[in-house]
Design a protein around this ligand. Structure first.
Ligand code: ATP
Ligand code: MG
Length: 220
């Protein structure tokens, strides 16, 4: 049995065409069912639905053989699990080029970010991505106080919780609707295929064709 970990929403939707290229169809619609384990047209392949941030954990421990996770999630997961795991357990064979966006710094449109940086002020930054943000500002030599949030980062500068946020941006319309402006692009983000390293050896005959089909679909 192969177990694939996906999160509901854009990752699930955007992975479906890749699965189709491998001849796999998910038998149920996650929006119409409360099931967390979904069968497919292949008796030896199933999908488990987990939170986006939990995908690397499922794959690392082998509860799922493979999964799809954003680079944002993988970077934060790696930073958190390196000490415990030596970073091991997760093989990343493919950039699937789905769920594309960028990680950026944004501030209120009346906040002079460039001046704050120039003056060497301490900047309060709210984000879900504390590891990536810490590294980014350290590389730039900007002093920051990081505030960890789990969602709705846009609210932080509007309420005075923070001067800036580090968040994912795709069209920029959410920022605009909240009077925020993007002042720095940190990195491009897309989702990656992650495979459990032990599974790659033990279930190679099942995994290889799947990885190859995904790779072919990404190139097409
Ligand atoms: P939830 O929205 O349930 O709190 P989440 O934000 O972790 O969870 P999604 O919104 O489905 O889950 O995001 C999953 C992945 O998709 C993210 O880790 C990121 O890589 C990518 N992503 C997030 N926002 C966007 C976006 N606006 N456009 C494109 N890709 C995005
Ligand atoms: Mg989200």
């Amino acid at each position: 049995m192969l177990t694939l970990a996906l999160s509901k929403g854009r990752i699930f939707e955007e992975t479906l065409p890749l699965l189709a290229a491998a001849g796999i169809e998910v038998a149920e619609d996650p929006d119409k069912s409360r099931k967390l384990i979904l069968a497919t047209n292949r008796p030896d392949v199933r999908v488990v639905l987990v939170r986006a941030t939990d995908v690397p954990t499922y794959v690392q421990y082998g509860a799922a053989d493979l999964g799809v996770a954003g680079k944002d999630v993988l970077l934060e997961h790696g930073a958190a699990s390196d000490a415990a795991f030596g970073g091991g357990g997760l093989y990343q064979p493919l950039d699937l080029q789905i769920a594309r966006c960028r990680m950026s710094v944004a501030v209120r449109d009346d906040f002079d970010y460039a001046a704050a940086v120039r003056q060497g002020s301490r900047i309060r930054v709210a984000t879900k991505y504390t590891s990536v943000a810490r590294q980014h500002f350290a590389d730039k030599g900007v002093h920051v106080d990081l505030i960890k949030l789990y969602g709705s980062m846009e609210l932080a500068p509007l309420t005075g919780l923070a001067d800036a946020i580090v968040d994912l941006v795709s069209t920029g319309s959410t920022l605009k609707a909240n009077h925020l402006v993007e002042v720095e692009r940190i990195m491009e983000i897309s989702s990656r295929l992650v495979v459990n390293q032990a599974a790659l050896k033990l279930k190679r005959d099942m995994l290889r064709p799947l990885i190859d089909a995904f790779a072919g679909a990404v190139r097409a």
